[in-house]
Design a protein around this ligand. Structure first.
Ligand SMILES: Nc1ncnc2c1ncn2[C@@H]1O[C@H](COP(=O)(O)OP(=O)(O)OP(=O)(O)O)[C@@H](O)[C@H]1O
Ligand SMILES: [Mg+2]
Length: 264
């Protein structure tokens, strides 16, 4: 007898097809194709101005696509079905204005405003806030003013705000900037645990190539288009990266000048 296997259609957390985005008439990102599955931790790297923030803003539907298609959990960006499912930690999010007097707990509570279901909110608002604060390890300072926190703690508070909405897909733009090495390492560990233990999906921009490469499962190198997308352990070293970018070597590895005339 013939057996029939029924496979459920795979709904990716994120599906981007042939996406191009222009800003002020200039093409910033071109022909982007990318899918992210549940539980993946994806690092997005590339030089300054290469379009990383643009890609994330277009993914969220904040910037309009010139062409192509984006779907998140099978929905169009910004649609109602996505309410509360997406956490966004923006570039310099931890540089919260000092003049705003807000405790960690109050900041995290702002995250729950995302939920459109009032009944759900009343019942589990406290629970969500407690859980989010615990997940980032800020129980001890939850009643402290955010202005008095260290950079790393403030970054954790901002992440807790994203978690408080029960977001499953968390996008972070440069969360490691301005924090010391220990805080950086524990923040990366926290994000890794969120993937493994809580089933969260993480898409994170970082300039800290070494750090992100050690933590993310998969790396994407963007420079107008995607030049590399694969497992972190296969991420090219600096020489190969220069190749991908079409940069010719000017120095040999021993520091002497590269002599192009000797090349075949
Ligand atoms: N509002 C805007 N109008 C026109 N061009 C813009 C606008 N914002 C950004 N750009 C340009 O788009 C390009 C990509 O910017 P984007 O912020 O996406 O880069 P990025 O990779 O995030 O850089 P960084 O690492 O510095 O954050 C840059 O050349 C930038 O000057
Ligand atoms: Mg940016």
């Amino acid at each position: 007898m013939q057996s029939i296997t029924i496979t459920a259609p795979v709904t990716h957390v994120l599906d981007v097809q042939n996406l191009s985005v222009s800003r002020s008439g200039k093409v910033i990102i071109r022909d982007i194709n990318l899918s992210i599955k549940k539980g993946e931790f994806v690092g997005l790297v590339g030089p300054n101005g290469s379009g990383k923030t643009t890609l994330i803003l277009a993914t969220l539907g904040i910037l309009k696509a010139q062409s192509g298609h984006v779907s998140i959990y099978g929905h169009q960006p910004m649609s109602r079905g996505l309410n509360g499912k997406i956490g966004w930690v923006s570039q310099a999010a931890a540089n919260l204005p000092k003049e705003i007097r807000l405790t960690v707990r109050e900041l995290v509570r702002l995250g729950t405003l995302n939920s459109h279901n009032l009944f759900w909110r009343v019942r589990s608002e406290k629970e969500s806030i407690d859980k989010a604060i615990k997940m980032v390890g800020l129980e001890d300072v939850q009643h402290t003013d955010i202005a008095r926190l260290s950079g790393g703690q403030r970054q954790r508070a901002v992440i807790a705000r994203a978690l408080a909405s029960n977001a499953d897909f968390i996008l972070l733009d440069e969360p490691l900037v301005g924090i010391d090495r220990d805080s950086r390492n524990s923040l990366l560990k926290l994000l890794d645990l969120l993937c493994h233990n809580e089933g969260k999906t993480i898409f994170m921009i970082s300039h800290d190539l070494t750090a992100i490469r050690q933590t993310a499962h998969r790396m994407i190198y963007l420079e107008e288009s995607i030049r590399f997308d694969g497992p972190s352990e296969d991420f090219p070293d600096l020489d190969k990266l220069a190749d991908l970018r079409g940069i010719e070597p000017v120095h040999n590895s021993d520091g002497t000048h590269h002599d192009h005339s000797k090349e075949e």
